[in-house]
Every structure is written in C-alpha cells, then in structure tokens.
Design a protein. Structure first.
Length: 134
C-alpha cells in the first residue's frame, strides 16, 4: 500500500483528470460516496482517473468511445452512461458520433441495449440543449 503522501498525490492527479473529463458530474459521484464508501470514491479518482484515464496511448475521446461501448454492452448502466455521454461531449465527441456508436453497438449488443443507450443520450442531449439532432 502506498504511503499517505503517495496516496494523496495519486488522488490529486486523478482529480485533475476527473474534473477535465467529467466536470461536476464526477465530483458529485465521489461526494455521494462519502457516507457509504469513501474508499471506493478514492479508488475511482486515484486509480481509474489517476492511473487509467491519464494514460496517453488513447486520446480522451477514444477512451470515451470505448467506455460508451462497454457500458452499452454491459446493459443496466444507464446512470453511468449518462455521466460518460456528458464526458464524451466534454472531450470533443459530437452528438451524431455518439449516436452512431450506439447504432453500431446494436450489431454486437442487441437492439434493447442500443435503444437504452440512445434514449440515455437523448436525455443528456436535451439537458444540454442539443436536441433535435435531425
């Protein structure tokens, strides 16, 4: 286990990436974990964002495309999809690209999961004033 200085550094590094990708949505999730599992919140920030999201081998927009595909494939992840659709927009994906990714996912994940993802995107796009797309 890292010492407390290393642990704090990893969290601080992850928080920078979390804020850049997810904005306030990410912070809200971490804050909501404070009373139930602050360690899970720490790991999301320090490991997921500080270690994984900060890697340079994939561009942030590409990481979000992968994330959207995985969450769609898993199914039942609409709250997380909502956060990551916002993140995808934050890192430069266009709404039509996100919808195209969900359309493509129907081939591999099935129509129910592609529909759920698309309707989640519609909710996010409406909240952000991006509807209608057509």
């Amino acid at each position: 286990m890292p010492d407390s200085d290393e642990r704090a550094r990893r969290f601080a590094d992850g928080k920078i990436v979390l804020d850049a990708v997810d904005g306030t949505a990410g912070t809200n999730i971490i804050d909501n974990l404070t009373d139930i599992s602050p360690e899970l919140g720490h790991q999301v920030v320090a490991w997921a964002f500080g270690e994984m999201y900060s890697r340079t081998e994939l561009a942030p927009r590409d990481r979000q495309l992968v994330t959207l595909g995985m969450l769609t494939a898993l199914g039942g992840c609409e709250p997380q999809l909502e956060v990551h659709i916002n993140a995808a927009l934050n890192v430069g994906l266009e709404p039509k690209q996100i919808i195209e990714a969900f359309l493509h996912s129907a081939v591999y994940c099935g129509f129910p999961r592609a529909l759920n993802a698309t309707f989640t995107a519609e909710k996010v796009f409406t909240e952000r004033g991006l509807m209608p797309l057509v």
